[in-house]
Design a protein around this ligand. Sequence first.
Ligand SMILES: CC(C)(COP(=O)(O)OP(=O)(O)OC[C@H]1O[C@@H](n2cnc3c(N)ncnc32)[C@H](O)[C@@H]1OP(=O)(O)O)[C@@H](O)C(=O)NCCC(=O)NCCS
Length: 150
Amino acid sequence: MPDSGPAMTNAILIRAAAEADYPAIARLQQTSPEAAQWPVGDYSGFRILFAVLEAEKGIPAGFCAWRQSTPDEAELLNLAVSPDYRRRGVASSLLKALAREAAGDIFLEVAEPNEPAIRLYEHHGWVRAGVRKGYYGSGNVNAIVMQKRP
Ligand SMILES: CC(C)(COP(=O)(O)OP(=O)(O)OC[C@H]1O[C@@H](n2cnc3c(N)ncnc32)[C@H](O)[C@@H]1OP(=O)(O)O)[C@@H](O)C(=O)NCCC(=O)NCCS
């Protein structure tokens, strides 16, 4: 018989972010220097998915920001998971939710040295579509453009 006590799960809940989440988004950004560092006000035109951990009283664990650029093309703009909650499937849950919500191809840019993120995206079906030379920093870091078909 399974234990009939209170259910303790590691469920990752995904929901749309509201303005009340902006301070948590700012904190998540700060703990992830590899992510884009934008003033939170800049997120107002984007769609934001927020990941919270059910078993830890709704602790904000990660977020992603995206936009539907055209009816059949979407763009993942930013993604960060708190270092405390990595390798637990938080980013994967966000990317699965993004794939359900977005229409058409999903494009993103990632810094060439950011191998963890590139592996994550490849794991979820993104493929390399091109290189933007000198896109980041003072022109010495390439961006890999990646694309996921529906
Ligand atoms: C990249 C990042 C979003 C991954 O988040 P995460 O919640 O730890 O990722 P997941 O647990 O969903 O990982 C899923 C898979 O991605 C790959 N992956 C994730 N992190 C990895 C790492 N550090 N090294 C190698 N592979 C990695 C693995 O295949 C992993 O599956 P596994 O754990 O079964 O091996 C997180 O490390 C992060 O926030 N980094 C800083 C910000 C950043 O780089 N953002 C992307 C900007 S383009």
